[in-house]
Design a protein around this ligand. Structure first.
Ligand code: SAH
Ligand code: SF4
Length: 378
């Protein structure tokens, strides 16, 4: 069985090559071919000797997830459904904006954490994605978008002033909880940051987490990138309900780990995400409680109008409620933006990503079982 070179960051590839008796610097050349030239074929790698190319062909491969569907929304948002085997599918979304293009990447097939308002969480959990499946999403998007750059440029004012790269930012906000797939996510992050691969700055790569506290400390130590934390409630009683992992790592611990993270973070603030659920977490009292909760954490807020999915049981807060809520935060000196909902005509907005999950927790059949999510975290 050959190895998939997409599973390796520079360190891993160097190790693989030296084991084969090759020089370590070959790793940089091969990374460039794979991740910068978008090559999956060793015979194209013209600055490698014929002998090495043949050896690679015998021991290794570059294997990508298969594209099952590719949708472009009216606003230019693009969503790919990718097959990762055994009828499991994941979704990747590209969001073109003026002067930047953001790719939203998935980290797991489904999610075990069962947040009640999240479509991915409702589907249960199958497995962690491999490094190749995580970085393969960026590989595919980068290559496809560069090939269709003429279609996109007119849609993106200011984009023509950029390099030929269309993906300028990556957010780990697709399906899954990135910090419960820690090692694979960190290896994929290394590739995103490596100058011989995608060369993105740490500030332009964001991990979003629902608050897996010990893994947040490990991320700070191993690979500090920009951090978004899904807060969604200003007190433990409500957050226990909406984000069940809060029962394991309550708000006091979450605020403390956010402060620790900032000592190494590439940005001097944490982004708190807060989904706006009508009549659930969107009152003025909640906003005031939130101001008090985060008073010792340098942060910005991103309010996300709830995106509906079938049988969610929740409603999006009214525009008026969102405006009032934002004003309370702003008046307390907290920079607050309201996320524009993008691509909802192709169900590509936050929390709508569903892919195809063969649920192994049987959550869908037996109702949402928090205990299963907790077990998977041990
Ligand atoms: N598991 C990670 C990252 C993926 S979810 C996390 O929870 O942070 C990305 C963001 O979308 C999170 O802030 C999540 O809470 C939010 N989200 C989930 N379901 C949503 C929905 N139906 N409408 C709006 N935002 C949602
Ligand atoms: Fe998982 Fe994030 Fe959805 Fe919660 S919001 S179920 S952590 S993907």
């Amino acid at each position: 069985m050959t190895v998939n070179l997409l599973d390796y960051d520079r360190e891993g590839l160097t190790h693989f090559l030296t084991e084969m008796g090759e020089k370590p610097f070959r790793a940089k050349q091969i990374l460039k071919w794979i991740h910068q030239s978008g090559s999956a074929d060793f015979s194209e790698m013209s600055d490698l000797s014929k002998g090495l190319r043949d050896k690679l062909a015998g021991h290794a491969r570059v294997e990508l997830p298969q594209v099952l569907r590719d949708h472009v929304a009216a606003d230019g948002t693009r969503k790919w459904l990718l097959s990762v085997g055994e009828s499991n599918g994941i979704e990747t979304v590209f969001i073109p904006e003026s002067r930047r293009g953001t790719l939203c990447i998935s980290s797991q097939v489904g999610c075990a954490l069962a947040c009640t308002f999240c479509s991915t969480g409702r589907q249960g959990f199958n497995r962690n994605l491999t490094v190749a499946e995580i970085i393969g999403q960026l590989w595919l998007a980068d290559k496809t978008l560069r090939d269709s750059v003429d279609v996109y440029r007119p849609m993106i004012p200011g984009q023509d002033r950029q390099t030929e790269r269309m993906v300028t930012n990556v957010v780990m906000m697709g399906m899954g909880e990135p910090l419960t797939n820690f090692e694979n996510v960190v290896t994929a992050l290394h590739l995103m940051l490596d100058d011989h691969a995608y060369g993105l700055s740490r500030r332009r790569v964001t991990v979003s987490t629902s608050g897996v506290v010990p893994a947040m400390d490990r991320l700070r130590e191993r690979c500090p990138v920009a951090l978004a934390v899904s807060l969604h409630a200003p007190n433990d009683v409500l957050r226990d309900d909406l984000v069940p992992i809060n029962k394991k790592y309550p708000l006091k611990e979450l605020m403390a780990v956010c402060r620790r993270y900032l000592s190494a973070a590439p940005r001097d603030f944490i982004t708190f995400e807060y989904v706006m659920l009508d009549g659930v977490n969107d009152s003025i009292t909640h906003a005031n409680e939130l101001v008090e909760l985060v008073k010792d954490v340098p942060c910005k807020f991103n309010l996300i109008p709830f995106n509906a999915f079938p049988n969610s049981g929740f409603k999006r807060s009214s525009s008026e409620a969102i405006r009032v809520f934002r004003d309370v935060l702003m008046q307390a000196g907290l920079v607050t933006t309201v996320r524009k909902t993008r691509g909802d005509d192709i169900a590509a907005a936050c929390g709508q990503l569903a892919g195809q999950v063969r649920d192994k927790t049987r959550r869908t059949a037996h109702g949402i079982a928090d205990s299963i999510a907790m077990e998977l975290l041990q």
